[in-house]
Design a protein around this ligand. Structure first.
Ligand code: SF4
Ligand code: SF4
Length: 429
């Protein structure tokens, strides 16, 4: 029985029909089938299935485009490898674009002629969103954000309780009754954000950043109304919902009259707000928006915080989150920080813009139906970590932390996984 209505097929095709610039067609038409992108993708490297080759994902969209928007495709589809958009092909699209791509962008970087494969996969997701085919698992994360203000549905009371006990602990740890985790204070220089995983599962990473702010004598606040840095609408392809989430944080910066928004350690959240946000909102920000990685690096460079390099005795390596590094260009700041606090810092191979995704990007962690596949592709990251012989893996992204914790258990790596703020807070003097 057909589940995809004609109306939804038309809505999906409208994304291919109503493009607003030449980017879509240029990239769809450019692939020369050299095959160089195959070896850049963890899915193909792990499973060796031809349909996982990045270029095959491009071809998939192209075949649908041909079927409906080219003369040959319309009249002799079998001659031009044109494909109908129907129940079968749309299910394959879900599996390929949601279940077999983290949007890491490594294939794009390796493409011999610069085809933006990750952009085309995202276009496929936008089509599926229009067709009402976003997987329910990841959609529930977006629904929670829109309904409650955070993707984990944490109530305001729960959040305030957590922050209050963290503040009490901070006063005790620092033996300073003036130590604070301010909430909803207007006119502070910085509005700081959190990944909801922090208040829910990893509250000590909030304390770590609060400690850094305290040592830097920063003017800052959190908001109880909108603190969530994540934006899963960016992953689902529902641009309206991605815009709603972006707008809420944007409005809160203005409401609290902050001069700067500091995005917590979250690769996709930083990208969705800082780089995609002005497009969603159709305006530029009237305040500065930057990441806590850049802020901490500046604190160290300006001498606003000082650290003891000898406190961290173990070997440290760094995992580069795709959205922050390859797709966001924040490459050197985290390395500068780690060189200040660790005597034994080693890079993975490859690293930086060429690093492999942890396997949890693109919303994979929110889609439990792909858990087994996600752990499979995580094997490449596990091998990278093992090769460094490091005891601690630092990554400036809570999403990557989650995937790395699971990789650590699954592949028995026996390492510690930490955020940047956590290792810096431990080194403060
Ligand atoms: S973006 Fe990453 S996961 Fe997706 S096809 Fe390219 S290399 Fe593979
Ligand atoms: S590397 Fe680029 S041009 Fe070559 S097959 Fe892949 S997408 Fe096509």
């Amino acid at each position: 029985m057909a589940i995809l209505s004609e109306k939804n097929i038309t809505k999906g095709l409208s994304i291919l029909q109503n493009y607003t610039d030449n980017k879509l067609l240029t990239h769809l038409n450019s692939c020369v089938h050299c095959g160089l992108c195959a070896e850049s993708c963890m899915y193909y490297l792990t499973y060796k299935e031809a349909r996982f080759v990045p270029a095959q994902k491009v071809d998939f969209i192209m075949s649908v485009y041909k079927r409906y928007f080219t003369f040959l495709g319309k009249h002799v589809p079998f001659l031009s490898k044109a494909r109908d958009l129907n129940d079968e092909s749309s299910s394959e699209m879900v599996d390929l674009f949601f279940g077999a791509c983290t949007l890491c962008g490594r294939c794009t970087m390796h493409c011999s002629i610069g085809v933006d494969i990750a952009f085309l996969v995202r276009t496929g997701r936008v089509m599926l969103a229009e067709m009402g085919m976003i997987p329910a698992s990841i959609q529930s994360t977006v629904d929670a954000s829109i309904q409650t203000g955070n993707n984990m549905g944490i109530t305001k009371e729960e959040f305030v309780d957590t922050i209050q006990w963290l503040e009490d602990d901070l006063k005790d740890e620092l033996e300073d009754p003036e130590a604070r985790i301010p909430l909803n204070e207007k006119g502070k220089k910085i509005l700081y954000t959190l990944n909801p995983r922090e208040p829910k599962f990893f509250p000590l990473s909030i304390s770590a950043m609060a400690k850094i702010f305290h040592f830097a004598k920063e003017s800052w606040t959190l908001s109880t109304e909108m603190y969530d840095v994540t934006n899963y609408g960016f992953f689902t392809g529902n641009i309206g919902e991605a815009t709603t989430i972006t707008k809420r944080l944007h409005e809160e910066v203005k409401n609290l009259e902050a001069k700067e928004l500091i995005l917590a350690e979250c690769g996709h959240g930083s990208r969705a707000f800082r780089w995609e946000g002005p497009n969603y909102l159709n305006q530029s920000f009237e305040y500065t928006a930057r990441t806590s990685v850049e802020l901490i690096a500046d604190y160290l460079k300006e001498g606003r915080i000082r650290v003891d390099k000898n406190r961290l005795k173990q070997r440290v390596t760094l995992h580069d989150p795709c959205n922050l590094v390859r797709n966001g260009g924040i490459i050197n700041e985290q390395r500068y920080i780690l060189h200040q606090i660790a005597n034994d810092f080693v890079e993975m191979t490859p690293y930086g813009v060429d690093n492999f995704c942890c396997g949890g990007g693109g919303g994979q962690l929110a889609m439990s139906e792909y858990n087994e596949r996600r752990m499979g592709i995580g094997g490449r990251k596990a091998d990278q970590i093992k090769d460094t012989k490091a005891n601690i893996v630092v990554t400036p992204c809570h999403n990557c932390v989650d995937q790395l914790i699971q990789i650590n258990a699954h592949y028995k790596l026996n390492v510690q996984i930490k955020t940047l703020a956590e290792v810096v807070a431990d080194a403060l003097i």
